[in-house]
Design a protein around this ligand. Structure first.
Ligand SMILES: Nc1ncnc2c1ncn2[C@@H]1O[C@H](COP(=O)(O)OP(=O)(O)OP(=O)(O)O)[C@@H](O)[C@H]1O
Length: 357
């Protein structure tokens, strides 16, 4: 049992003007891959470092496998770490780098060989074991850092932006490999990234952080489909969720001259504005008008290869719409839009919080 439970962690750095983490509570279940994601400065690294034992919280607790480790040093916590600046030793060959944690633990020679071989196999590094880090590419060095972390069979793996030094293509390849490897090992993993696509791809669940707090925690698609507030909807997804202001009246939602059907639960908002959230891929687009479709004008057409990303104007609002690659789109052309009612989300314009059905 190697769950990680973080309870009400508060941390303010000396000289810091606000809390780096402001009462964070979450649980990483045994064998789960949980991703902390959020913009720069939201406190994700601080949270990870408190789990690691590299920072001491002002208050709150960290438990690993049911044991309170809040004030234990890192080496007594049964975890292993990979950081962005993968500190592999330049004067040691790959074999000794991968096996470093085993050497420290005085693991016997044959077991050392067996475990290093297995970690090297998982990371496709077998043929590089006798090279020095300087003779490797950046991607291969990063693999060495991951192999070194997994070779010790720690109950919990902590990773802080392990892919951020890799170029875009390598990042994508290694992301899938990490997912395979961690899935195979079944190690409880807490992973920090500022990259929302990486978070969606890797996490069993994602915790979206903002200003030292968890804004939302859930399965990637659940969070993507039902953002708990405007911040989460705007942070997850590329393009971000569209938001437009609509006036509720007589069972309808008015956006400029256009009118959509309002769901029943908005009846308490009669006569007031709400914010409607809708993802680009949930908006259908047509060249011809039809009942219930809303007229709009194309401003920009961007081919992405698999689709077209349209910037369209609807009344005073600008929206991103994903159209099929074959859609006959041109700047200034008039088009007609519609979205399934089930794909619309509603937010309080003041607080930004979701108005649940
Ligand atoms: N050693 C430190 N001393 C003072 N303030 C710090 C220190 N480390 C972090 N902070 C502050 O704490 C807040 C949270 O920082 P943290 O590094 O945890 O954020 P992050 O989400 O990991 O950001 P990034 O993705 O940029 O690393 C920020 O306001 C940051 O400026």
């Amino acid at each position: 049992m190697s769950s990680v439970v973080v309870y009400n962690l508060v941390k303010t750095y000396a000289g810091g003007d606000r809390r780096a983490t402001d009462g964070v509570s979450l649980e990483v279940a045994d064998g789960e891959f949980l991703v902390l994601v959020g913009p720069s400065g939201c406190g994700k690294t601080t949270l990870l470092r408190m789990v690691a034992g590299l920072e001491t919280p002002d208050s709150g607790t960290v438990s690993i496998g049911g044991r309170d480790v809040t004030y234990l040093p890192p080496r007594q916590r049964g975890l292993s770490m990979v950081f962005q600046s993968y500190a592999i030793f330049p004067h040691m060959k790959v074999r000794q780098n991968i096996g470093f944690g085993l050497t420290m633990r005085k693991v016997p020679r044959d077991e050392f060989d067996r475990r290093v071989k297995r970690a090297a196999e998982l990371l496709h590094l077998e043929e590089y074991l006798d090279r020095y880090p300087a003779q490797l590419s950046g991607g291969q060095r990063q693999r060495v850092a991951v192999a070194r972390a997994i070779v010790v069979d720690a109950a919990v793996l902590l990773m802080d932006e392990p892919l951020s030094n890799l170029d875009a293509l390598l990042r994508l390849q290694f992301r899938a490999e990490l997912k395979r490897i961690v899935g195979q090992l079944g190690t409880t993993t807490l992973y920090v990234t500022h990259d929302q696509a990486e978070a969606m791809s890797l996490g069993d669940r994602v915790a979206v952080m903002r200003d030292g707090r968890v804004a939302q925690l859930g399965a990637p698609l659940a969070v993507y489909d039902r953002p708990a507030d405007r911040f989460v909807g705007g942070f997850l997804g590329s393009p971000p969720m569209n938001f437009l202001t609509a006036r509720v009246g007589g069972g309808a939602l008015a956006v400029g001259d256009a009118s959509l059907q309002a769901p029943d639960h908005l009846s308490t908002w009669e006569g007031r504005d709400v914010v409607v959230g809708v993802r680009a891929e949930n908006i259908q687009v047509a060249t011809e008008p039809a009942a219930g479709w809303v007229p709009a004008r194309i401003e920009v057409v961007e081919p992405t290869g698999a689709a077209l990303l349209l910037t369209v104007r609807l009344a005073d609002e600008q929206l991103k719409v994903q159209a099929p690659a074959t859609f006959p789109a041109a700047p200034d052309a008039r088009v007609h839009l519609r979205a399934e009612p089930a794909a619309l989300r509603f937010y309080d314009p003041e607080s930004g919080l979701a108005l649940d059905a």
